[in-house]
Design a protein around this ligand. Structure first.
Ligand SMILES: [Zn+2]
Length: 490
C-alpha cells in the first residue's frame, strides 16, 4: 500500500485516479508525446493487447470483448494524449517536463501553477481504468489515442482511416458535465489577395494613422453570434464612409492576429492632402460615433482614433483605394445560418480574421465554418466573387468537413436513455460551432455514429485549469454503463 498523502486520497473510482495521477508525471506536450505513447504501449503489452500506430503517431489499442459480448459492434473510445503545457513563470512545476503538482480544492482538482492536463488526461485514464476493471461488460473496444490535438488537430488530420475499424465512436474530450455533444463545425480558410498600383503622394500630403481598438474579440466560432465588433470591418467601414466626403489614398491596412479570433485591433495609414486633414478627421469621427452606437449593447469599448504618422509614403491610387475599401466592405463576417436542430446555435458563419499589407498587395484572410458541408461552398463562392470584383484572387484551403448532428443516431438514443436511467434527468443534447477531432475523424471515416461527453473542466489551457471531482464520477458511470448498453446482445 502506498502511503495516502496524495490529493487524490479517497477519491473514486480509484483506478481512474491512479491512472490520472500517473499521467501527471509524464511529459506529453503536443508533438512531444513519445513518453506518453511509451507509457500506454507498455501498459497494453503487459495485458497482451494489440497496439497499432499510424505515421501520424496516433495509437490504437485493441481490446477484446468480455465473455458473451463478442458479437457486439466495435466501439472506438477516443481522446488525445497531448496536453497544453502552460505555467506561471514563477512556478517550480512544468507539465512539459512531467511535473504537475495536484491540489485538491473542495470538489475541484487543480494543479499548482500549471495546467492540470485533465484536457484530455481524463480520456486516457478512463480508457485504461475501464479495460482493467473485470467487473465491467463491453464489446470489442478500440482505444484511439490521438496526438497533437492542441495544435490544430494535427494528429487527427494525419489519421490513417484504416486505424478506425468500428462504426461507433465515443469521444471523451468534452468539458461540460450533463451534456452530450452530437455535432460541430468544419472549416475552410480563404485568402483574398489583391495587387493594386500605387502613385506618389500629392504635394504636401499628411500621413494619418487610423486605429481601431477596444473590442472584446473572442473565439471566431463560439463567439461569432455575440454581436462583437470586428476591428478590421470597423476600420474598413470608417474609412469607406470617410471616402464619401474626403479624398485620400490608403497607404496600408493591417488588422487581426489570428485566424481563430475576432480581430480586436486594426490600423491603417492614409495619405491626406493637408487642406483636407480637418475634414478627414471630422468624417472619421462622425463614422466612429455611429459605429460606437451600433455596438452600444454588444461591444461598447470599441474606439477609433486618428493620429499623425511619422513618415509619408506612397499611397495606393485613388481607383485602387476605392477598390480595396469596397473589397473590405464586401467580405462577410458573422453568423450566416442558425442550427435547425438547436436553439441559439450558429450552423454557418464566416469571420474576417486578418488583413495584411505587403508591398502593393492587400490580403484578407477569412475562416468560414459550418456543421453543414453543403452550406459552405456558397460562402466560399461569395468570397471568390469579392476577390474577382476587386481584381484579386482567392486561395481556398478546406481543412475538414463538419460533424452534422444526427438526431436519429442509435448511439445518441442509447446514451440519452442510459443517462436518464443513471441520473434521473435527461441530458442536454447539443452541438458546438467550433472544430473538434470528431469532425476530422468523421470526414475520413464515413458512416461513423459519434458522440462526445466528459466531466466538467474549467479554464482549460491555463494554469487555472480544474476538473470537478463529482462530475468525473458521473462521467465514469455514464461511460461504463454506455459501453455495457451498446454491447448488450439482441
Ligand atoms: Zn481537449
Amino acid at each position: 500500500m502506498a502511503t495516502e498523502t496524495s490529493a487524490l486520497t479517497g477519491l473514486e473510482p480509484r483506478a481512474f485516479w491512479a491512472h490520472f495521477e500517473a499521467l501527471t508525471r509524464i511529459a506529453r506536450p503536443s508533438r512531444g508525446e513519445e513518453p506518453a505513447i511509451e507509457h500506454v504501449r507498455r501498459w497494453a503489452d503487459e495485458r497482451g493487447l494489440g497496439v497499432r500506430q499510424d505515421e501520424g503517431r496516433n495509437v490504437v489499442i485493441d481490446v477484446p470483448a468480455t465473455p458473451g459480448r463478442e458479437d457486439a459492434p466495435t466501439v472506438t473510445l477516443q481522446g488525445h494524449l497531448d496536453i497544453v503545457c502552460e505555467r506561471d513563470p514563477a512556478s517550480p512545476n512544468d507539465p512539459a517536463e512531467g511535473r504537475i503538482a495536484l491540489v485538491r480544492d473542495g470538489d475541484w482538482l487543480t494543479a499548482d501553477g500549471t495546467t492540470l492536463g485533465a484536457d484530455d488526461g481524463v480520456a486516457i485514464a478512463a480508457m485504461m481504468a475501464l479495460v482493467e476493471d473485470e467487473s465491467l461488460a463491453h464489446g470489442p473496444l478500440a482505444l484511439l489515442m490521438t496526438v497533437a490535438e492542441e495544435v490544430g488537430l494535427e494528429g487527427a488530420n494525419a489519421l490513417d482511416p484504416s486505424l478506425v475499424t468500428g462504426s461507433i465512436l465515443l469521444n471523451l474530450d468534452s468539458e461540460e458535465d450533463g451534456k452530450l455533444t452530437v455535432g460541430c463545425a468544419g472549416s475552410t480558410d480563404t485568402w483574398i489577395r489583391i495587387d493594386a498600383p500605387r502613385e506618389p503622394a500629392v504635394e504636401g500630403a499628411v500621413p494619418l494613422v487610423v486605429t481601431v481598438r477596444g473590442g472584446q474579440g473572442g473565439h471566431s466560432g463560439m463567439g461569432i453570434g455575440l454581436g462583437r465588433s470586428n476591428a478590421v470591418k470597423v476600420l474598413g467601414r470608417a474609412l469607406r464612409e470617410a471616402s464619401g466626403t474626403v479624398r485620400f489614398g490608403l497607404v496600408s491596412f493591417q488588422g487581426g492576429k489570428s485566424r481563430n479570433a475576432i480581430p480586436r485591433d486594426a490600423v491603417a495609414i492614409c495619405s491626406v492632402a493637408s487642406d483636407d486633414e480637418q475634414a478627414f478627421r471630422a468624417a472619421v469621427s462622425a463614422s466612429a460615433e455611429a459605429i460606437r452606437d451600433a455596438f452600444a449593447k454588444t461591444d461598447p469599448g470599441v474606439s477609433i482614433a486618428v493620429d499623425t504618422a511619422d513618415a509619408p509614403a506612397a499611397p495606393w491610387s485613388a481607383e485602387a483605394t476605392a477598390r480595396l475599401l469596397d473589397a473590405i466592405a464586401l467580405v462577410p463576417t458573422g453568423p450566416l445560418a442558425l442550427s435547425p436542430d438547436f436553439d441559439d446555435l450558429v450552423e454557418t458563419s464566416t469571420s474576417l480574421g486578418e488583413a495584411l499589407t505587403e508591398g502593393d498587395r492587400l490580403t484578407l484572410h477569412s475562416l468560414s465554418r459550418s456543421s453543414n458541408d453543403s452550406a459552405l461552398p456558397e460562402v466560399i463562392s461569395t468570397l471568390d466573387a469579392v476577390a474577382r470584383l476587386a481584381g484579386g484572387e482567392l486561395e481556398v484551403k478546406v481543412n475538414y468537413g463538419g460533424w452534422r448532428p444526427d438526431m436519429d443516431s442509435p448511439t445518441l438514443a442509447a446514451a440519452r436513455a442510459t443517462f436518464e436511467r443513471l441520473f434521473g434527468d435527461p441530458p442536454v443534447v447539443t452541438a458546438v460551432h467550433a472544430g473538434l477531432e470528431t469532425a476530422v475523424i468523421g470526414s475520413k471515416v464515413h458512416g461513423l455514429d459519434m458522440l462526445s461527453f466528459g466531466p466538467q473542466i474549467e479554464f482549460p489551457h491555463s494554469p487555472d485549469e480544474r476538473v470537478s471531482i463529482p462530475t468525473v464520477e458521473r462521467f465514469w458511470r455514464l461511460l461504463v454503463a454506455l459501453v455495457d448498453e451498446l454491447s448488450r446482445p439482441g
